[in-house]
Design a protein around this ligand. Structure first.
Ligand SMILES: Nc1ncnc2c1ncn2[C@@H]1O[C@H](COP(=O)(O)OP(=O)(O)OP(=O)(O)O)[C@@H](O)[C@H]1O
Length: 554
């Protein structure tokens, strides 16, 4: 994590050593000044002031270099997390909740920074001063030093024990914060549904429960802290009193001089200040370790495999005895075989939950079949890189996502080099040109998830985005589910125009969308029950007849 910052760290260590040495020299100078009372001491005083100023400058520089390194390390962690989170296998997103992942990039990394700036940074500069002070105290009086060390050791044990608890509570608190983020995200995305269901109260209760869990863990931390702070304070005060007592007696018996006692107390003071810092640093670092655990849990998840050969441009897809299940128990597709010839249109229809969307997801390599093979042309898809499969297979998902940003940004997502002219042409094809022509054109800003667009407009924009990708195969998951019949026809015309020389695979509930398909696959109970054209299926397929008669098509 810190490998790239060797120069800054070396500089910080040099300043730290300089600062500590200059700091440690001060009580010795004071010792000399006390010893030379009554004699001229101009040089000694100038030296002392010089040391004070220089040690402050050194500690300022050290602080800056270490804090900057900490910021850089957190920056690198955030970048790595972002890159990692964008490249996990699709299965991982099914497992995690979005808001929780967002919390890991935000508040968990902030905790790590706190550990650096409030913990490690101070601890590093403190260690030298403590070690130096202890060495010099040993030179002055070993017996008094042993008393001090005994008290410190006892306190250290208490601190380590308490910091373990802190780590546990922080992890739990951050988990609750993650749940809160996930819950909030979920509720805000579905805010209309929540309102319409009059469920604000219930959702509020759930979110308050997560906040409450974080609060309770916070209170536990406060309790541990409340015990710990007086313990370390008491230990420090106690050792001062003991040293003053023993030291006073030793001065009275003439074992040590007053100047030595003053120096010893000053060194103790110098050691105790950073010791307090180290105690709190241990706690802060432990807290951060709770957050680091959560970051590592995501970073340890393997990325989506990006290897594989480049696909040769092809526009045929074949499923050969493909089976798939999400959980390795319940089959979603069972021994499914079909071929989509180049330049043809294939429709997948059938009752809800039959596995139609899943079949499309397999064509994008979001998931790989549990058994069987999918061919792109005559290439086994599992040997091809996902990147190249996705460049061949354009995909519009069921609830087409619109990203917050401009229309241009949304369109260029699939093809960053698309020109304005191409963007307008794509918008024209999906009958959206007029919608943006009189607004700010391609610069029109779309709200979070495109809230300013109607459901049908969103789907058409997503379709335009895919048209710009110009892939040989188009895969559409219910592209007309959110549009009226007039717009449905416009989209179908757009698909027909764009798909003239392309292969189109379309999932549709409305059979009117697919009556012209070259091949219709009726999927139910995880298998293809019937296949044929609209007319053939009306003759031969009971399931299709039922679907058609329900939609007044037969
Ligand atoms: N990411 C997922 N993780 C686990 N199970 C899933 C996942 N996606 C879908 N399923 C399950 O797989 C089955 C098939 O779902 P799929 O979405 O493919 O059906 P569908 O035929 O497209 O349905 P619909 O027409 O309602 O969209 C369903 O039982 C569904 O609950």
């Amino acid at each position: 994590m810190l490998g790239h910052h060797k120069a800054a760290l070396t500089g910080a260590i040099v300043f730290s050593i300089l600062g500590s040495v200059m700091g440690l020299a001060q009580p010795m100078l004071i010792n000399q000044i006390i010893e030379s009372i009554g004699q001229p001491m101009g040089t000694l005083l100038t030296l002392l002031i010089g040391l004070l100023v220089l040690s402050s400058v050194a500690s300022g520089l050290e602080w800056f270099l270490l804090t900057r390194t900490a910021e850089a390390a957190v920056f690198a962690t955030r970048r790595e997390l972002v890159s990692h989170l964008l490249r996990l296998p699709i299965m991982s997103y099914d497992k995690h909740r979005t808001g929780d992942l967002v919390t890991r990039v935000g508040s968990d990394t902030t905790l790590v920074r706190t550990a650096f700036t409030g913990g490690l940074v101070q601890a590093v500069s403190s260690v030298l001063t403590i070690v130096g002070s202890i060495a010099l105290m040993a030179i002055i009086d070993v017996m008094m030093l042993l008393v001090v060390l005994a008290v410190i050791a006892l306190t250290l044990i208490a601190v380590i024990f308490a910091s373990r608890l802190m780590q546990k509570y922080t992890k739990r608190a951050q988990e609750a914060v993650g749940e809160l983020g996930a819950g909030m995200d979920k509720s805000l995305v579905a805010v209309r549904t929540v309102r319409a269901s009059r469920a604000e109260g219930r959702v509020e209760k759930e979110l308050h429960a997560s906040a409450d869990r974080a609060y309770r863990e916070g209170v536990k931390m406060a309790k541990v802290g409340a015990l710990l702070n007086p313990v370390s304070g008491l230990a420090l005060q106690g050792s001062f009193l003991i040293v003053l007592g023993i030291g006073g007696a030793r001065v009275a018996t003439g074992d040590i001089s007053v100047a030595d006692l003053v120096s010893f107390v000053l060194y103790m003071f110098m050691a105790s200040m950073p010791l307090g810092t180290i105690f709190s640093a241990i706690t802060t670092v432990r807290q951060a370790m709770g957050a680091i655990d959560r970051i590592n849990a995501v970073m340890d998840e393997p990325l989506e495999d990006a290897t594989g050969t480049d696909a040769v441009k092809s526009s045929a897809i074949t499923f050969d005895s493909v089976s798939f299940s999400y959980d390795e128990k319940k089959p979603v597709l069972n021994d499914v075989s079909f071929t989509v010839a180049p330049g043809t249109k294939t429709a997948l229809v059938g009752p809800s939950g039959g596995g139609k969307s899943t079949a499309l997801a397999l064509m994008e390599r979001f998931y790989d079949p549990t058994s069987g093979t999918i061919y792109l042309g005559d290439q086994d898809m599992s040997t091809l890189s996902r990147e190249s499969v996705r460049s061949m297979v354009g995909y519009v998902e069921q609830e087409a996502a619109i990203l917050a940003g401009t229309v241009r940004e949304n369109l260029q997502l699939a093809n960053s080099s698309a020109t304005d002219e191409q963007c307008w042409e794509a918008l024209y094809q999906v009958n959206l040109r007029d919608r943006f022509a009189d607004a700010e054109g391609l610069d029109t800003t779309l709200g979070d998830r495109g809230v300013s667009l109607s459901g049908g407009q969103r789907q058409r924009l997503a379709l335009a985005r895919m048209l710009l990708m110009d892939s040989p195969i188009l895969v559409l998951d219910e592209p007309t589910s959110a549009v009226d019949s007039q717009n449905e026809q416009l989209i179908l015309d757009a698909i027909a125009a764009a798909g003239e020389d392309k292969t189109v695979i379309i999932v549709a509930h409305r059979l009117s969308t697919v009556t012209d398909a070259d091949q219709i696959l009726v999927i139910d109970e995880h298998q293809i029950q019937d296949r044929g054209t609209h007319e053939e299926l009306l003759e031969s397929s009971k399931l299709y007849q039922e679907l058609a008669s329900r939609q007044l098509l037969a």
